[in-house]
Design a protein around this ligand. Structure first.
Ligand SMILES: *[C@@H]1O[C@H](CO)[C@@H](O)[C@H](O)[C@H]1NC(C)=O
Ligand SMILES: *[C@@H]1O[C@H](CO)[C@@H](O)[C@H](O)[C@H]1NC(C)=O
Ligand SMILES: *[C@@H]1O[C@H](CO)[C@@H](O)[C@H](O)[C@H]1NC(C)=O
Ligand SMILES: *[C@@H]1O[C@H](CO)[C@@H](O)[C@H](O)[C@H]1NC(C)=O
Ligand SMILES: *[C@@H]1O[C@H](CO)[C@@H](O)[C@H](O)[C@H]1NC(C)=O
Length: 775
């Protein structure tokens, strides 16, 4: 690369600037409280404006084509910038200059045809840089990573990468992770990757070199292989003898951790691989995404030595010709060594007991995501005859097991009592009743447990996962039975949000003195019932006092109601409501009674007069009895022959109705009053303070009122005031009396002796006028 190639992107940049500068920058405000802004997949074609306080900015999966020099100004706090999966073709040389805090920059999956060292000149804090999968063919004319002193993770390369030179990676000294996509690498300067040390882990995609370029692949492998560095090789097609020879370099450098990912393997390649790695201290081998094209005939390598193999992982295996594939019975030379074996998602439906017997060192067996059934698992465990006696961890999650617990009871010896980790997730288990004294970890997620299994079965259990079951609730008592439990994951269950449960869980989440730590996310604890709480997070639920203390609530509300009733009664009493009520009732009763009596009279054929047996009913208070008996009665009932004063003949005697004398004993007083008034022509009220004080006098007054105004056709009552009684001194509630006093003229009992005669005359007149009219 010389000057001319450098000028070209600048021109392109200017062109793009011109074509786009008129486009307004949109803004993105999808930021959370921690100032992490996620503007991913939002259709932006330019870098949107975002708050300058943003700490992380995800712009992935947009249509951004360029980054100008002021698109990111002001983002001095930004730590993470994700621009992956856009259409970035142009980045201004000083676009990232002000991102002083940037630690993480992802430019992968874009259209960068050339890399510019100026982009990274000022990024002294950068720790992770991803440049993978862009169409550049080399890393540039000058070392581009030189100023990235803190770089710890680097990814570069892509389908277009053709050459790698020694100076390209100068300045890169120490990495935790290096990823290089070099599937089409054509030129490699020996030693280009050699000085990166220490190197935590290296991932290399070397499809082309492995197939066609012997020397190159060996050189690359030789440069990055260290005993402590896990080497991951991707996209390999290992078919013939030749393709495997490159591992000789790695073998020379005594590689110990090797992972092969996305590869196809023939029998021949496997045999040669075993030959190449004969006697190596290789302790970890992993094959992920393997297509086996052969028939499993690897016994030709049975003379080789692999005693350092400690762990083998085989994941996502496709066997092209399953029916021709032979069993592993010939592979004793390999199987006797590893302590840990994982065969995951490999369509294993049975591991024959004979194979199990070959795994004499086995302590950890992961057979998850296969096709094992209860029956075939029993076969794999040799029906508990003591094979696999050192097994500590058995992972059979994601298989078609139905009733393992029931089976386990009948084959208890097969699950070694020394088992420390047991993963039974994603089965259909409903209960667990097997004592496992050494068990430290138990995984039961994705089953059908309704409650936690009793803790006394696992006295040493420290970790329990039981997510995605049908647990209704759990409480201190359940957890208390686990003596050593430290970590529990129980989210995604069908929780019944009762008060006890909610309170317990919330206090546990806040670390309220509980030893058990909920290690899954709080959001995964969601109420399933009661209905009004369905879907709410248990941690967020606020249960009201009513929900939680129903007894207390009932007692308190009763007490309040009682108090209110008492207050009401007091209030009513103060307002004389009872008196009004009694009045109302008496009225109604009286009205009915009088109606009945009138009907009776009519049917008896007697006129109303026939019943009028008194001339007047005298209503008075008992305390005024002496006046009535000593003055009124003698004057009206036994008048003297002649009035000495006027000389007029005195009136004929009148018959009076007095309650003391004429009321029928045994009858209700109101009835008596009623009857007396009905049978009397007129009613005389003897008014005094005493009268106002006496309750039943008030009734009389009211009945009289009732008579007077309810159309019974009587004359107004006659009021006699024994003592001066101002209307205003009468309590307001005796509105009837007040009304009567203002509408009816009343006679006042004179204090002077000489006016007494006049008083009697007026009274006689009043009574007689009525009598005359009545005749
Ligand atoms: C942003 O949101 C998308 C889904 O819209 C998600 O896949 C991505 O992980 C989020 N990015 C970050 C940094 O959380
Ligand atoms: C990017 O643009 C293309 C067409 O120009 C469109 O089909 C696609 O949906 C856009 N992508 C996003 C994430 O908006
Ligand atoms: C696996 O490797 C082949 C080349 O052998 C490649 O074409 C394919 O894209 C790779 N698959 C993945 C998922 O990387
Ligand atoms: C593979 O090739 C090498 C030389 O390239 C040879 O030494 C070795 O014997 C061959 N292995 C087999 C199994 O043919
Ligand atoms: C068991 O296997 C499943 C599926 O591969 C995995 O998710 C789980 O973490 C494993 N459990 C343990 C204890 O390793």
């Amino acid at each position: 690369m010389g000057q001319p190639t450098n000028r070209y992107p600048t021109l392109l940049f200017l062109l793009l600037m011109l074509s786009q500068c008129r486009g307004q920058r949109l803004s993105c405000d999808r930021c959370d409280q921690r100032f992490a802004c996620n503007c991913s997949a939002d259709g932006f074609s330019r870098v949107p404006t975002v708050t300058e306080r943003a700490l992380s900015l995800d712009l992935s999966f947009n249509n951004i084509t360029m980054v100008t020099d002021d698109d990111l100004t002001g983002h001095r706090l930004l730590r993470t910038l994700g621009l992956q999966s856009n259409r970035l073709a142009v980045i201004h040389p000083s676009a990232f200059d002000l991102l002083w805090s940037l630690e993480d920059l992802d430019l992968s999956d874009n259209r960068l045809t050339a890399l510019n060292h100026k982009w990274f000149d000022k990024l002294g804090s950068l720790q992770r840089l991803n440049l993978l999968n862009n169409p550049y063919s080399c890393l540039g004319s000058r070392p581009i990573f030189q100023s990235l002193l803190r770089l710890r993770s680097l990814g570069f390369g892509g389908p277009a990468l053709e050459e790698l030179n020694k100076r390209d990676l100068s300045g890169v000294a120490e990495l935790e992770e290096l990823t290089m996509d070099a599937n089409n690498l054509k030129r490699y300067e020996s030693g280009a990757l050699a000085h990166i040390w220490p190197l935590g882990r290296i991932t290399l995609s070397l499809h082309g070199p492995f197939l066609t370029n012997n020397a190159l692949a060996s050189m690359v492998l030789g440069d990055v292989s260290y005993p402590e560095t896990p080497v991951i090789l991707e996209d390999l097609h290992l078919i013939g003898n030749q393709s495997v020879q490159h591992f000789r370099e790695a073998a020379k450098r005594r590689v110990r951790f090797l992972t092969l990912r996305n590869l196809s393997l023939s029998d021949e390649a496997i045999v040669d691989f075993l030959v190449v790695t004969d006697g190596l201290p290789l302790s970890f081998m992993s094959f992920e995404g393997v297509t086996l094209t052969g028939e499993g005939r690897w016994e030709r390598a049975s003379w080789t030595d692999h005693k350092s193999i400690d762990e083998v992982v085989i994941r996502n295996v496709v066997v092209l010709d399953v029916y021709k594939f032979v069993s592993f019975l010939q592979l004793g030379f390999l199987l006797q060594y590893p302590r840990k074996v994982s065969v995951i998602n490999a369509k294993v439906f049975v591991m024959p007991c004979q194979t199990s017997r070959l795994l004499v060192n086995l302590q950890y067996l992961d057979l998850s995501d296969n096709l094992l059934t209860d029956m075939t698992l029993a076969e794999s465990l040799c029906d508990g005859d003591g094979t696999l006696k050192d097994l500590r961890v058995l992972n059979v999650s994601g298989n078609a097991l139905k009733v393992l617990s029931a089976k386990l009871i009948s084959i208890t010896p097969c699950l070694p009592a020394a088992l420390e980790v047991l993963d039974l997730s994603n089965n259909d288990l409903k209960e667990f009743c097997l004592v496992l004294p050494a068990l430290k970890e138990l995984h039961l997620s994705g089953n059908k447990f309704l409650r936690l299994p009793p803790g006394k079965l696992f006295p040493n259990l420290q970790t329990l996962t039981i997510q995605s079951n049908t647990l209704k609730m759990f409480g201190p008592a359940d957890l208390g039975s686990y003596k050593r439990l430290q970590s529990l994951q129980a989210g995604q269950n069908k929780f019944v949000c009762s008060c006890d449960f909610v309170n317990f869980l919330q206090s546990d989440m806040r670390g309220g003195g509980n030893v058990v730590h909920l290690t899954d996310r709080e959001e995964s604890y969601v109420c399933d019932s009661p209905l009004h709480l369905q879907g709410e997070q248990v941690g967020q639920v606020h249960l009201s006092v009513v929900d939680c203390h129903q007894d207390l609530f009932v007692s308190v509300s009763c007490a309040v109601a009682l108090l209110a009733a008492t207050l009401m009664c007091v209030l009513l009493w103060r307002l004389h409501a009872f008196w009004y009520l009694m009045m109302m009732w008496a009225w109604l009763k009286a009205k009915r009674g009088s109606k009945r009596r009138r009907q009776q009279r009519r049917s008896d054929g007697a006129g109303s007069e026939a019943l009028l047996s008194f001339d007047a009913f005298v209503s008075y208070s008992d305390r005024d009895a002496s006046w009535v008996e000593n003055f009124l009665v003698p004057e009206l009932e036994e008048p003297r022959e002649y009035d000495e004063d006027s000389g007029n003949p005195n009136p004929k005697p009148l018959t009076l109705c007095l309650h003391k004398r004429d009321f029928l004993p045994g009858h209700w007083i109101v009835d008596n009053i009623m009857g007396a008034m009905e049978r009397s022509r007129r009613t005389i009220f003897v008014l005094s303070e005493n009268f106002v004080q006496s309750d039943w006098c008030r009734y009389e007054l009211d009945f009289s009122h009732f008579w007077l105004f309810s159309g019974a056709g009587r004359d107004p009552a006659i009021l006699i005031l024994l003592e001066p009684l101002s209307k205003d001194n009468i309590p307001k509630r005796f509105c009837k009396l007040r009304k009567l006093m203002s509408s009816t003229t009343y006679l006042e009992w004179p204090q002077e002796e000489e006016r007494v005669g006049e008083f009697w005359r007026t009274l006689h007149n009043a009574l007689r006028r009525e009598e005359q009219e009545g005749d």
